[in-house]
Design a protein around this ligand. Structure first.
Ligand code: NAD
Ligand code: DAU
Length: 364
């Protein structure tokens, strides 16, 4: 098992820290390492929400910077000014359906943005004398591996890349850059490829929050295709713990796959959400909620199955996911019921326009 280096106080930039996983990670890090300096760099796209971090804004060790990872002078300046030693890079365009509607933004944020950060960090690391403890953690996805058949073995770190959507292709491009910067320049990059996350602060466009919120509004629950697609669900807090282990004890130049060991068919997951919503919410407009389930036209190029073999991170760093889907979904539903002030403003005119553009053609 790797040595744990959690004694060193770090000075970390967290890109995309106002998004779903990034904000959970900021909360995790701030609570666990209160002496560390945290600088969030986020351009506040539709998916970024500064209110998610409002409880941290007055902490001395916390700074929020509203800016773009593609802005090289800004990144150069922040690295020096804040004397940064680590980057946890979450910032990205992250929704597959949006990448089908408009792939350009994905190439810009995911490929050009990652390249800009890597170049800036490389120059800064060289000027700093190439310190050994510096880290560039590139957070990526299992979607870069493509789609599995029903009896294929899960994705391992040596599975060939085969991305199928503009989103996963842009993430694959950024992974290749992060990997190449280690091999060519010895920049201490580490890549993680993770399965589907869920939990608090998840933007309503994604399957789980979308189902919870549509049930509360009595709206149809759109299931793509036959609903038999499989995802490997991981509670976001377990993911944050995995990333913590990787930053402190992971080996530069390595990739770690992170997964929940929780393979579930979409339709089964939605039935579970419906049952829990019937139980946990008293005044639903339609009860039982499963009456809202509606099969719609499939997502183009829809990957059939994802599953992660997380044995490397378990064996080398001692990480295991602790939350079962049944526990995690219950927690998540309770969070959405108790935090309507967080998600209701997100159902803006822009969101409705996206919803129409994405779903009108599916409800046929
Ligand atoms: P998200 O869409 O919720 O948040 C992305 C954040 O990045 C937002 O705050 C947004 O404002 C910010 N951002 C986007 N472009 C930016 C730019 N150019 N400059 C600065 N900030 C920018 O995404 P998420 O679901 O939290 O995913 C975070 C990362 O984890 C992504 O890289 C994603 O590919 C990866 N990932 C996500 C999942 C998942 O299930 N959500 C699973 C595996 C990996
Ligand atoms: O696997 C990791 C990936 O998981 C991340 O890299 C992505 O950023 C993240 O968005 C997620 O991608 P998915 O496409 O798997 O997630 P999404 O929530 O969009 O969809 C989950 C499954 O549910 C997928 O099979 C499509 C289906 N679905 C989704 C929506 C939004 C529906 O059937 N209906 C829907 O309305």
């Amino acid at each position: 098992m790797a040595e744990i280096d959690s004694e060193r106080a770090r000075r970390i930039i967290i890109t995309g820290g106002a998004g779903f996983i990034g904000s959970n990670f900021v909360h995790h890090w701030s609570k666990k390492y209160p002496k560390d300096r945290i600088v969030v760099l986020d351009s506040l796209t539709y998916a970024g929400n500064r209110a998610t971090l409002e409880d941290l804004e007055n902490l001395e060790n916390f700074r929020f910077v509203h800016g773009d990872i593609c802005d090289r002078p800004l990144v150069d300046q922040l690295l020096k000014q804040e004397n940064i030693d680590s980057i946890a890079h979450f910032a990205a365009q992250s929704h597959v359906d949006r990448s089908i509607l408009g792939p350009g933004a994905f190439v810009e944020a995911n490929v050009v943005g990652t390249f800009t950060l890597l170049e800036s960090f490389r120059q800064y690391w060289l000027e700093s004398g190439q310190p050994k403890h510096y880290r560039f953690l590139h957070i990526s996805t299992d979607e870069v591996y493509g789609s599995l058949g029903p009896s294929d073995p899960p994705f391992s770190e040596s599975t060939a890349y085969s991305p199928n959507s503009p989103y996963s292709a842009s993430k694959a491009g950024s992974d290749h850059l992060a990997r190449a910067y280690y091999h060519t320049y010895a920049l201490p990059t580490i890549i993680t490829n993770c399965s589907n996350n869920y939990g608090p602060f998840h933007f309503p466009e994604k399957l789980i929050p979308l189902m919870i919120i549509n049930i509360l509004q009595g709206k149809p629950l759109p299931i793509y295709g036959d609903g038999q697609n499989v995802r490997d669900w991981l509670y976001v807090k377990d993911h944050c713990q995995a990333l913590d282990f990787v930053i402190h004890s992971g080996t530069p130049g390595q990739t770690y796959n992170v997964g929940g060991n929780n393979e579930v068919k979409n339709i089964d997951l939605v039935y579970l959400i419906c049952r829990l919503m019937d139980e946990l919410s008293e005044d639903l407009p339609v009860k039982p909620a499963e009456n809202l389930i509606t099969f719609v036209k499939d997502r183009p190029g829809h990957d059939r199955r994802y599953a992660i073999d997380a044995s490397k991170i378990r064996q080398e760093l001692g990480w295991i996911p602790e939350t079962t889907v049944a526990e995690g979904i219950r927690e998540t539903i309770l969070w959405y019921l108790e935090n309507q002030k967080w998600w209701r403003p997100l159902l803006s005119a822009d969101y409705q326009a996206y919803y129409q553009a994405s779903y009108d053609q599916k409800f046929i």
